[in-house]
Design a protein around this ligand. Structure first.
Ligand SMILES: [Zn+2]
Length: 118
């Protein structure tokens, strides 16, 4: 279970938890393509055209809850004005954009692909 969570957060292969899902793990590199297959176990990462379409909905849900949490903390806990809270949220989302994109794809493939080897 822990290795599966680690694999999701570090963008690893859902089958072997070792191969990289993306060509590199640099968050400031705006190449959004997933590797075609795992370098370790040859698991197919692009299973069919539009496979990652569902990841878009995951990204939307994750971003919405994240945004509500950040704004809630800023307004209720820290007592910051709502306009400033929205500005802070936009800055945080701009910084985390690539991570959220990759995380939603990683989560999606881990939901859809069950590990074959232990
Ligand atoms: Zn693999």
């Amino acid at each position: 279970m822990f290795s599966r969570l680690k694999s999701i957060f570090f963008f690893k292969c859902p089958n072997c938890n070792e191969g990289n899902l993306f060509p590199n793990n640099n968050f400031f590199d705006f190449k959004f393509q997933v590797n075609k297959s795992c370098s370790q176990c040859n698991e197919d990462f692009v299973r069919e055209p539009g496979f990652y379409y569902g990841a878009m909905f995951l990204s939307y849900i994750i971003s919405a809850f994240f945004s509500l949490s950040i704004c809630g903390i800023c307004i209720i806990v820290l007592g910051i004005e709502w306009k400033m809270s929205i500005f802070i949220l936009c800055c945080i989302l701009a910084l985390l954009f690539v991570f959220l994109f990759r995380f939603s794809r990683s989560l999606w493939i881990h939901i859809m692909v069950k590990p074959k080897i232990k």
